[in-house]
Design a protein around this ligand. Structure first.
Ligand SMILES: [Fe+2]
Ligand SMILES: [Fe+2]
Length: 190
């Protein structure tokens, strides 16, 4: 069994953010809550300890560069032109981790696409996509989110489709372009 990278180990086991994280206190708290959801779901799914650490690490790490300015992030992301400013922190964090030696491609894809979704997301990627949205600290749709959390992880596919539908609809309602990656993600789900 491969050893976990020290950054993944520290994040997943001790809920520690790396020293280069740029995030507000509220964003840190959000990431801890997301990690907690992933920790809980992975227990219900009876995953092995190592996998559970990986899952919680994804939650802790996914927004690590959320507070960094887009111009800095743009320099770190290959193909940055296809990412709008608010979504850049995902691929930037994945690139940063890759540069530091993290080679867990499923985890990197999960972090890069936690807001957009991606057709190639595995179980961890789908879980992070949902957990990020179902953070109990988020405002709005409070009862609906609580209901989705209650149904996870056992009603996985239904909740995933419902969450994706709501997220995509909110883009459409605001007349925001739906990224091609998201369209492909959706088509792969249904
Ligand atoms: Fe994010
Ligand atoms: Fe997040």
């Amino acid at each position: 069994m491969a050893i976990l990278h020290p950054i993944i180990e520290a994040a997943g086991r001790d809920q520690k953010h790396p020293p280069w994280a740029v995030m507000s206190k509220s964003r840190r708290d959000h990431s801890i809550r997301v990690g907690r959801l992933l920790w809980k779901w992975s227990a219900v799914l009876e995953l092995k300890k190592r996998k559970r650490i990986r899952w919680r690490a994804a939650g802790i790490l996914h927004d690590c560069l959320k507070g960094e300015t887009p111009s800095v992030l743009r320099r770190e992301v290959e193909g940055a032109e296809s990412w709008p400013d608010p979504l850049l922190h995902g691929p930037a964090c994945a690139e940063r981790l890759r540069g530091l030696g993290v080679s867990d491609e499923k985890l990197l894809l999960a972090i890069a696409h936690h807001t957009t979704g991606h057709a190639g997301l595995g179980r961890l990627g789908q879980a992070l996509y949902m957990a990020d949205y179902l953070d109990p600290g988020r405002y709005g749709k409070v009862r609906k989110r609580a209901d989705w959390r209650r149904r996870m992880p056992l009603e996985w596919q239904d909740v995933l489709e419902e969450v994706a539908a709501v997220k995509i609809k909110s883009l459409i309602d605001r007349r925001v372009a739906v990224p091609t990656t998201t369209v492909n993600f959706w088509n792969g789900l249904v």
